[in-house]
Design a protein around this ligand. Structure first.
Ligand SMILES: [Zn+2]
Length: 289
């Protein structure tokens, strides 16, 4: 296709850039208002809860792309606006903040609907045990350290199985919607709303094992494998993201949920005496992608 044709097609979709920017700002503000509204309902609750426990049984939703989950698109102009906004998320500086292993994601720091890391790899294909051998994805560096960590745990006689890893915005949305259909407004106390889950980063994993009946439950915290993780995970760059004794501050204690932040960062976190949340707030990497 020559440059001439490109020009003529651009003429067809021309829209006033000032008007477009205004629409984008208004749209963005509305989305922010909605997300904050939902965010408030998440105060002091678990980010996985039952959602993770039932998620592995719903592979259908896992295949849908985040962009398929837009609530409603009124017309072509908004399509173009969305496309333009998407292009802007590819700016290197913005993407770098979401790809940073220290990026802060909580009820007031949100990941965009279309954010997904580019270096996800298959855990079962990489030789990492997953629940029922199901397909699960994790960022490469995190997966490498996870594999070493799980091999070391196995060598010490501890069984660990990955019950959940990367979850796209669409997957989180689907699992949250499913809970909502069963539990109504109570669902907000069981799982993070879409965009607020560390699982969208591709660096968080939930563990289970036979002693925890292969479920994602607090009971996992009383297993010897959980004790092993609490002693050794930082050596592999993983941290217990929501430790005990801090319920109500960010998310409640989730003994099964670990997040990879890198060996050096995990060491600094341990030295600091801060919780992972406090440490990441101090690091100051907020999602801008
Ligand atoms: Zn989790």
């Amino acid at each position: 296709m020559g440059p001439g044709r490109k020009k003529s097609s651009a003429k067809i979709v021309f829209i006033d850039p000032v008007k477009q920017r205004r629409q984008r700002l208004v749209g963005g503000a509305l989305i922010l208002v909605c997300l904050f509204g939902l965010g408030y309902s998440l105060v002091g609750i678990g980010q996985d809860g039952i959602a993770s426990a039932i998620l592995p049984s719903v592979p259908a939703a896992e295949r849908s792309r985040p962009s398929d989950n837009k609530d409603s698109v009124a017309g072509e102009e908004e399509d173009l606006t969305a496309q333009k906004a998407k292009e802007e998320t590819r700016r290197p500086t913005g993407a770098a903040t979401c790809d940073d292993v220290r990026v802060l994601v909580d009820r007031s720091h949100t990941l965009p609907t279309d954010y997904a890391p580019k270096d996800l790899i298959s855990l079962p294909a990489y030789g990492v045990p997953t629940l029922g051998g199901r397909e699960m994805l994790l960022r490469r560096e995190a997966a490498e350290h996870l594999k070493s960590m799980m091999a070391a745990a196995a060598a010490d006689g501890e069984e660990l199985v990955v019950a959940s890893a990367f979850r796209s915005y669409a997957q989180q949305q689907a699992s949250h919607a499913r809970l909502k259909s069963i539990y109504g407004s109570g669902a907000d106390t069981m799982s993070a709303t879409p965009g607020h889950s560390q699982h969208q980063l591709g660096t968080a994993v939930d563990f289970t094992n036979a002693a925890a009946s292969y479920q994602i439950r607090r009971r996992f915290g009383r297993t010897s494998a959980s004790g092993w993780l609490q002693t050794h995970a930082t050596e592999y760059g993983f941290v217990l993201a929501y430790p005990p004794g801090h319920d109500g501050t960010v998310y409640n204690f989730e003994p099964w949920h670990y997040r990879y932040i890198g060996v050096e960062n995990a060491g600094r976190l341990e030295q600091s005496g801060l919780t992972p949340q406090e440490f990441l707030v101090r690091e100051g990497v907020t999602p801008d992608c």
